[in-house]
Design a protein around this ligand. Structure first.
Ligand code: 5RP
Length: 219
């Protein structure tokens, strides 16, 4: 079965986790695209959405879902987003769509993070997918040198400026055995805005689209 079909299955299953009358947090990417399509069918149930990217904002508005300013909220009931990789501890690599910083903010302020994936995203060890880091442009050389020291190969993501006006480096060949300490280490480098390693704030519910239906894993 094509991965897109599995993404779609997981996205529709997330409708069960919506809290009626509340504002929902929305991630970014192709799986979330299917979730927004699903959400459109029940938009009367929610008060609106806060979005993690300009791309998702446009999709939400096109679907007639009210997009509210993230600045006005300090907590949310539910955040629905996908991941590039997720391990058994529900730790994730995210940021393939360059929206990691806003995704991290929304994940931090949400009581429940519902992660929707196709089954190809499940891994034993994080790091096969290159780890994205959003950085302030002038820190590129310094951070690249520091990443080499921890064993990764940094590569500037070409032609990408984030919604926050920064750049992204993707770190290849980093075998992430201790995600929490790597997240802390990279976060502590001056110039790093955020790292797409969600190791401290993990997903609460994982919905996996598989050939045979939906697998649900709760933390
Ligand atoms: C965007 C993300 C996405 O959740 C991640 O890249 C997965 O995307 P897709 O649903 O297209 O596979 O972190 O910054």
């Amino acid at each position: 079965m094509k991965l897109d079909k599995l993404k779609k299955k997981a996205a529709w299953a997330a409708l069960d986790y919506i809290c009626p009358g509340t504002v929902i947090g929305i991630g970014t990417g192709s799986t979330v695209f299917y979730f927004i399509q699903a959400l459109k069918t029940v938009k009367h149930l929610i008060s609106g959405a806060v979005s993690s990217s300009h791309a998702s904002t446009l999709l939400l508005q096109k679907s007639g879902i009210k997009v509210l300013n993230l600045k006005k909220f300090h907590s949310l009931e539910v955040y629905v987003d996908s991941a590039d990789e997720i391990n058994r501890q529900m730790q994730m690599i995210k940021g393939g769509g360059a929206a990691l910083t806003r995704e991290k903010i929304i994940a931090a302020m949400s009581k429940k993070f519902i992660c929707i994936i196709d089954e190809s995203k499940k891994v034993n060890i994080l790091g096969n997918f290159p780890l994205p880091i959003e950085i302030i442009p002038i820190s590129l050389s310094y951070i690249s040198k520091e990443i080499l020291k921890i064993g990764g190969q940094p590569k500037l993501r070409k032609n990408v400026i984030t919604d926050n006006g920064n750049i992204i480096i993707d770190v290849y060949n980093l075998y992430i055995k201790d995600p929490i300490s790597i997240e802390k280490k990279i976060n502590s480098l001056p110039g790093v805005v955020s790292v797409g390693l969600f190791a401290s704030r993990v997903a609460d519910v994982l919905l996996i689209g598989t050939k045979n239906g939906i697998d649900v894993i709760k933390n």
